[in-house]
Design a protein around this ligand. Structure first.
Ligand SMILES: CC(C)(COP(=O)(O)OP(=O)(O)OC[C@H]1O[C@@H](n2cnc3c(N)ncnc32)[C@H](O)[C@@H]1OP(=O)(O)O)[C@@H](O)C(=O)NCCC(=O)NCCSC(=O)CCC(=O)O
Ligand SMILES: O=C(O)C1=N[C@H](C(=O)O)CCC1
Ligand SMILES: [Mg+2]
Length: 327
């Protein structure tokens, strides 16, 4: 469960990868903490003694230059004065992403305004983060040491599992979950599933579709294979979408509105905010007017082509307990 959000800020000690021009490629915070009186925001570099006290003796071997990647590993102590304030730098942004993936804050529990501007675009490699414009140099340097450099992605966000592995989850393909995702215990993310930062699940869920940035999925809900949940970062989506508890978003279905509890969307039906939906009494409304309503079945009438919302009761079968009880 995500901790009740009473703390105003956070403090953590971590290891950052820094380029010669001072660009922060990443910061790993193994044990971030929420605190009520964190002090002024910002990051300070720690000397090896203080770093060792906070992170363990082995840190001494980690700190310093990495000649193959042309970067330096430094220890930092980062303070977030208030999670309501915007992040001030890359260390701060990384700490917020860690807080989400450690389930210390729920999606929307920390201000992430401007995060794309603070994070460098990074080549994520088998040797750790590398400057994008130095990949070929680093590849050669790696070969000289007998290592093969594998580049798994070029992105501003690393995959979550390289920084945080929350308890009680299964993730079939680690590339599909970005750092900053919030996966509650009991969540399974199958290969087609995807979970963006500042988004995720609040309880047991089967995720075989895409949970876009900002989207929150309630306990007991199932996101079917290839399903789409619209985000707000690009493409004009304006609604921040949530699904309530015990919902079923069918395979290849999609929603641009929120669902309350106990809703079902038929496989293959995309309900956008403007979709005209016919109600049982024959009235037609825009789907956005139903946003957040519970106990509805959305389907496209396969005889008439009309999208319908039917009142529903009872269970669609619910999650398969056997798939979730041993996460
Ligand atoms: C829409 C529903 C929920 C309907 O199913 P139900 O079991 O509630 O109802 P049903 O028994 O099929 O149908 C009840 C009555 O409604 C009728 N009926 C059903 N759908 C209709 C439609 N679209 N238009 C007109 N009538 C329809 C039936 O003929 C039947 O009529 P009579 O009463 O006259 O007989 C289903 O079709 C559906 O889409 N389920 C989603 C399943 C899903 O996608 N799960 C995620 C799996 S993810 C996965 O497997 C991975 C796959 C992947 O990776 O791609
Ligand atoms: O959790 C799993 O594992 C799942 N496996 C199914 C499969 O292998 O087909 C699909 C749903 C989840
Ligand atoms: Mg399986």
């Amino acid at each position: 469960m995500t901790a009740p959000h009473t703390a105003s800020g956070a403090v953590a000690t971590g290891l950052a990868t820094v380029t010669p021009d001072g660009t922060v490629l990443d910061t790993w915070f193994p044990s971030p903490e929420l605190v009520t009186e964190p002090g002024p925001a910002g990051s300070e570099r720690l000397n090896p003694v203080h770093a060792g006290e906070a992170l363990g003796e082995s840190v001494a071997q980690i700190l310093g230059p990495d000649p193959v990647r042309g970067v330096e590993i430094v220890a930092v102590r980062t303070v977030i004065a208030s999670l309501a304030d915007k992040p001030v730098d890359a260390h701060d942004a990384y700490l917020r992403l860690h807080l989400l993936s450690h389930r210390l804050v729920a999606p929307h529990g920390a201000n992430l305004d401007g995060v794309f501007g603070l994070l460098a675009n990074v080549a994520w490699t088998s040797l750790g983060p590398v400057q994008v414009d130095r990949v070929e140099e680093v590849r050669l340097a790696a070969r000289a040491t007998g290592a093969h450099l594998a580049v798994t992605s070029v992105d501003k966000f690393p995959r979550m599992t390289d920084y945080v592995v929350p308890a009680g989850v299964r993730i079939a393909d680690a590339d599909r979950v970005r750092l900053g995702a919030h996966l509650a215990s009991g969540t399974t993310v199958m290969h087609e599933g995807f979970v963006n930062f500042n988004a995720g699940t609040l309880g047991t869920s089967m995720v075989e579709g895409r949970i876009s940035a900002g989207v929150v999925v309630g306990d007991g809900s199932d996101i079917g294979g290839g399903a789409s949940i619209m985000g707000t970062l690009s493409g004009g989506g304006k609604q921040t979408i949530s699904l309530g508890e015990r919902c079923l978003l069918g395979a290849e279905a999609g929603i641009g509105i929120s669902l309350g509890d106990d809703c079902v969307v038929e496989a293959g039906l995309y309900v956008t905010a403007g979709t005209r939906v016919t109600l049982p009494d024959g009235e037609t409304v825009k789907a956005v007017e139903l946003s957040g309503a519970s106990n509805l079945l959305y389907r496209r009438n396969s005889t008439t082509g009309t999208v319908e919302a039917l009142q529903r009761t009872g269970s669609w079968g619910g999650l398969n307990a056997a798939l979730h009880s041993h996460n």
